[in-house]
Design a protein around this ligand. Structure first.
Ligand SMILES: *Cc1c(COP(=O)(O)O)cnc(C)c1O
Length: 338
C-alpha cells in the first residue's frame, strides 16, 4: 500500500520508539513530567512565544484557544473552509458557545477590509467579535503556504479592534519551509498558535498550543476541563521531541508532492492544483466518475487517497512515502485511468 490519504498516517520510527522507551516521566497534571516540560519549552521557543501546553490533538489545541480567548456568545471570524469551521464538529459552538461568522476569502485569510466589515461591536443587540482564527498551511485549500504579510495584515486589523488572534498552525512548519522564512515570522503577529507534531513531523501523538504565560495558564485549566490532562505523558512527548528534529525533512515531502502533481497532471480526467507544500488536490470531474469511485479504483491498485469534496481527491505526502513510492503510485494511477 502507498498511503497518501494524510500525513497523519506515519508510524513512529526507531528513534521515536527509543525516545518513548527512555523518556524521563512524571505526573504532568502536577507539571512534573520533565519530558513534557522540555517539549513545551522547545516548541514555545520555536514559535517565539513565552509558554506552551502539550495537548492530545490539534483539535483540542484549537478548541482550548477559542475557549480561553473568548466569552460565551461572542462571534469568531474564520475562513469558510478553515479546519475549525469545517472539521471540528462545530466545537466552537459546543465548547465555547461561540457563533462563527464564516468568510469567503482569498487564500484562506480575510483581508483587513473584510475584518473591518465583518467586525461586530458589542451592544444591546450584538454579541461582539471575540476572536479571529487563521490557518497556515491551509488544509482545505490544498496546503497553501500563507505569506507572513497576509497573516500580519489580518492580525493587525484584529488587534486594532482588540480582537485576539489564534493561528491553527497544524502545518505551520510546512508553511515556513515552503516560504523559506523563519516560523516566527509567521507566528509573531498572532496571540496563540497550535502546531501538530503528528502530521508531517511524524510523532505518533500530540500537538502543542503556545502563547503568553497568562494564556497558557488558563489553557492548562481548560485542557483539564476537557479531559486532556495526561499523567506520564513524557512517553508520548519523547517521540514528539524527536519529531521536532524532522522539520528540515518537510522539504522532501514538498518535492514529492510536486513530483506527484506533475505526474498527475498527465493523467486523463485529472485537473491538478499546483501544490505549495505537501498536499495535492485533484479535480477528477474529467474522469466522469464520482470521487468515491476514483478513490476505490485507486485502492484496488494499492494506492490510498482521500475523498475531499464532491469532485476532489486529496493526496498527501509524508515521511513514510519515498520518491520511489511516488513513482510507483503514479504508474498505477496512470494505468488505471488511461
Ligand atoms: C489535522 C489538523 C488539525 C488537528 O487535527 P487533529 O487530528 O485533531 O490533531 C487542525 N487543523 C488543521 C488545519 C489540520 O490539518
Amino acid at each position: 500500500m502507498i498511503d497518501l490519504r494524510s500525513d497523519t498516517v506515519t508510524k513512529p520510527d526507531d528513534a521515536m520508539r527509543e525516545a518513548a522507551r527512555t523518556a524521563d516521566v512524571g505526573d504532568d497534571v502536577y507539571g512534573e513530567d520533565p519530558t513534557v516540560n522540555e517539549l513545551e519549552a522547545r516548541v514555545a521557543e520555536a514559535v517565539g512565544k513565552d509558554a506552551a501546553l502539550y495537548v492530545p490533538s490539534g483539535t483540542m489545541g484549537n478548541q482550548i484557544a477559542a475557549r480561553v480567548h473568548t466569552e460565551r456568545g461572542q462571534e469568531v471570524l474564520a475562513d469558510r473552509e478553515s479546519h475549525v469551521v469545517a472539521y471540528e464538529l462545530g466545537g466552537f459552538a459546543q465548547h465555547a458557545n461561540l457563533q462563527v461568522r464564516t468568510l469567503e476569502t482569498d487564500r484562506g485569510v480575510p483581508t483587513p477590509e473584510q475584518i473591518a466589515d465583518e467586525y461586530v461591536t458589542e451592544d444591546l443587540h450584538r454579541p461582539g467579535t471575540g476572536l479571529l482564527c487563521l490557518e497556515n498551511t491551509h488544509n482545505a485549500r490544498g496546503g497553501l503556504a500563507i505569506d507572513p504579510e497576509r497573516i500580519a495584515a489580518a492580525a493587525e486589523a484584529a488587534r486594532e479592534r482588540h480582537v485576539p488572534v489564534h493561528l491553527d498552525g497544524a502545518r505551520v512548519f510546512n508553511a515556513a519551509m515552503a516560504l523559506d522564512v523563519p516560523v516566527t515570522e509567521i507566528t509573531d503577529p498572532v496571540d496563540s498558535v497550535s502546531v501538530c507534531l503528528s502530521k508531517g513531523l511524524g510523532a505518533p501523538v500530540g500537538s502543542v498550543l503556545a502563547g503568553d504565560e497568562a494564556f497558557v495558564e488558563r489553557a492548562r485549566r481548560v485542557r483539564k476541563l476537557l479531559g486532556g490532562g495526561m499523567r506520564q505523558a513524557g512517553i508520548i512527548a519523547g517521540p514528539g521531541l524527536e519529531a521536532l528534529e524532522n522539520v528540515s525533512e518537510l522539504e522532501s515531502d514538498h518535492e514529492n508532492a510536486q513530483a506527484l502533481a506533475d505526474g498527475l497532471a498527465a493523467v486523463p480526467g485529472f485537473d491538478v492544483r499546483e501544490p505549495e507544500t505537501n498536499i495535492v488536490l485533484a479535480d477528477i470531474s474529467g474522469t466522469g466518475l464520482e470521487t468515491a469511485a476514483v478513490v476505490e479504483r485507486l485502492r484496488d491498485r494499492d494506492v490510498l487517497a482521500s475523498e475531499f469534496g464532491p469532485a476532489t481527491v486529496r493526496f498527501c505526502t509524508h515521511r513514510d512515502v519515498s520518491r520511489a513510492d511516488i513513482g510507483r503510485a503514479l504508474e498505477k494511477i496512470t494505468e488505471t485511468f488511461e
